[in-house]
Design a protein around this ligand. Structure first.
Ligand SMILES: Cc1cc2nc3c(=O)[nH]c(=O)nc-3n(C[C@H](O)[C@H](O)[C@H](O)COP(=O)(O)OP(=O)(O)OC[C@H]3O[C@@H](n4cnc5c(N)ncnc54)[C@H](O)[C@@H]3O)c2cc1C
Length: 475
């Protein structure tokens, strides 16, 4: 079966990979000249990489880890020490660590919180633990039901001290969703926390050993091509063409560089495009259907990724850092954390600016100046009057609409991978799966979409009386 997939981000590529494994022929149509979508990266004039986002992988990413193992690239993840490191705004330049001991979950995480005495008092820790109990004991159903509250509302309802919010959850919320606890659905951080509390290595962090398009996306392209599929760049979907019965007749692809538009036909069609694009390209007759109508409130959230190259080493920390700055979210010295970006003498800091809604329209110069001012608070010893660190160059990458905005109530808007249209499917981290707007969520959504395509195909091809072997897509 030939399957056309619009979108060459992680969801579209994973979908193609699993369809190819199941013996089908995927054709991925990516609008840009680079693979990866939100993990896309480019080389500057000096050959240095810059990226759409600073990306880390977690131990609690089973589908991503399985995918990488299946591709034979599991060793490209550089696992770091099991610890979470926070800046302390009230003690500029001083870091606070939550070292997670190598004992079973959830005792490892609890121990890391008990042992950290920089950030919370005993009373705050106790009230935090009591407040969290329902989420731990009552499980994911309770966590899903909490989607009606913002994280801040939920914390207040649970009687958790405001210090826990300002010390831990502002940083966690910004890191996971690029928005603050008063804007984010309580379901999101509680889901992540539950995973971390249930899996021994769930909160352990890894960095990819190089740029995602080459080190993660290209192996999927090769895998698909070896099995007869194709991944094509500069093929933007312009229109979804319909048959009289509302099913898809073809994908109309905009011709670029003077080429005419073309129609790609297939047996099944998948959108692995961002939700904002899917909403714009949604055929008019589908807009009346409840399934598609409920997606309407979903919207990508703005975020900015900065790269700063310095004339010296600013830190030897080989880990993700939570800045706890009002302007910034997480950051890392990629010259320490990533093999391909390694430099023993000079730092390359990659920093995420979030929430970015008030910054996304500002000039690169303004964004850079504000970031450098924050950096002086995070690392004051490098920016004093005497011989301050010199910025050699910088790159600002703005994404006005990235992952879906995880506002309260958004869980109900996230669509399934199977749609009411018999030959049309959805993939993308915004679609319903339990890993939220993440790389893991994107990969899982692609796998679920591939499974849905295979199920539909076997149901329509084979009469139930024949009782066929089900098509095997690894779950
Ligand atoms: C700054 C930043 C930091 C992040 N950090 C992390 C992290 O540390 N850990 C983590 O797990 N996740 C992180 N994420 C989230 C993660 O990157 C995404 O959830 C994931 O990559 C989304 O993949 P996707 O395939 O669902 O969507 P996308 O990556 O958005 O892919 C959609 C694709 O569709 C293409 N497309 C758009 N329009 C068309 C069209 N008309 N025709 C054809 N193709 C089209 C796009 O070009 C794109 O390639 C981060 C994201 C950002 C922006």
């Amino acid at each position: 079966m030939r399957v056309a997939i619009a979108g060459g981000g992680l969801a579209g590529l994973a979908c193609a990979k699993y369809l190819a494994d199941a013996g089908h022929t995927p054709i991925v149509l990516e609008s840009r000249d680079v693979l990866g979508g939100l993990v896309a990266a480019w080389k500057d004039e000096d050959g240095d990489w810059y990226e759409t986002g600073l990306h880390v992988f977690f131990g609690a990413y089973p589908n991503m880890l399985q995918l990488m193992d299946e591709l034979g690239i599991g060793d490209r993840l550089q696992w770091k020490e099991h610890t979470l490191i926070f800046n302390q705004p009230e003690k500029p330049g001083v870091l606070s660590r939550f070292d997670v001991p190598d004992i079973p979950a959830p005792f490892n995480v609890i121990m890391s919180i008990i042992r950290n005495n920089d950030m919370l008092t005993w009373e705050q820790k106790l009230r935090f633990a009591v407040g969290l109990l329902p989420a731990i004991v009552r499980g994911q159903n309770y966590v899903e039901a909490m989607d009606r509250y913002s994280l801040l509302e939920w914390l207040q309802r649970q009687g958790v001290d405001e210090r826990v919010n300002s010390d831990i959850f502002v940083a966690a919320s910004k890191a996971l969703t690029f928005i603050n606890p008063d804007d984010v659905s309580a379901t999101v951080p509680l889901t992540a926390l539950n995973r971390f509390l249930q899996e021994r290595y769930g909160s352990k962090v890894a960095f990819l050993d190089g740029a995602p398009p080459e080190r993660l996306c290209q192996p999927m392209v090769d895998h698909v091509a070896e099995r007869g599929g194709e991944v094509l760049l500069k093929k933007p979907l312009k229109q979804i063409l319909l048959n009289d019965d509302g099913t898809v007749k073809g994908f109309l692809i905009r011709g670029l560089d003077g080429m005419p538009d073309e129609v790609i036909t297939a047996d099944a069609y998948v959108s692995a495009m961002p939700v904002d694009v899917m909403k714009v390209l949604m055929p008019q007759p589908w807009q009346e259907l409840e399934f598609f109508k409920k997606m309407q409130p979903l919207e990508g959230v703005p975020v900015i990724n900065l790269h700063l190259w310095f004339d010296r080493k600013l830190t030897d920390v080989d880990q993700l850092l939570f800045s706890r700055s009002p302007l910034l979210s997480v950051y890392a010295d990629m010259s320490n954390t990533c093999k391909e970006y390694a430099n023993p003498n000079c730092s390359m800091l990659e920093l995420v600016l979030a929430p970015a809604k008030d910054w996304i329209d500002k000039s690169d110069e303004e964004i850079l100046a504000a970031t450098l001012a924050e950096l002086q608070k995070l690392m004051p010893h490098h920016f004093g009057d005497e011989n301050p660190a010199k910025l050699l160059k910088s790159k600002v990458v703005k994404t006005p609409r990235s992952v879906y905005t995880a506002a309260p109530g958004s869980q109900a808007c996230r669509p399934d991978q199977t749609t009411p249209i018999a030959n049309f499917f959805l993939a993308g981290s915004y679609t319903m799966q339990r890993y939220l707007g993440s790389m893991e969520g994107a990969v899982l959504s692609g796998k679920l979409a591939a499974q849905a395509v295979c199920r539909q195909h076997s149901a329509s091809e084979v009469s139930p009386a024949v009782n066929p072997d089900p098509v095997q897509v690894p779950s």
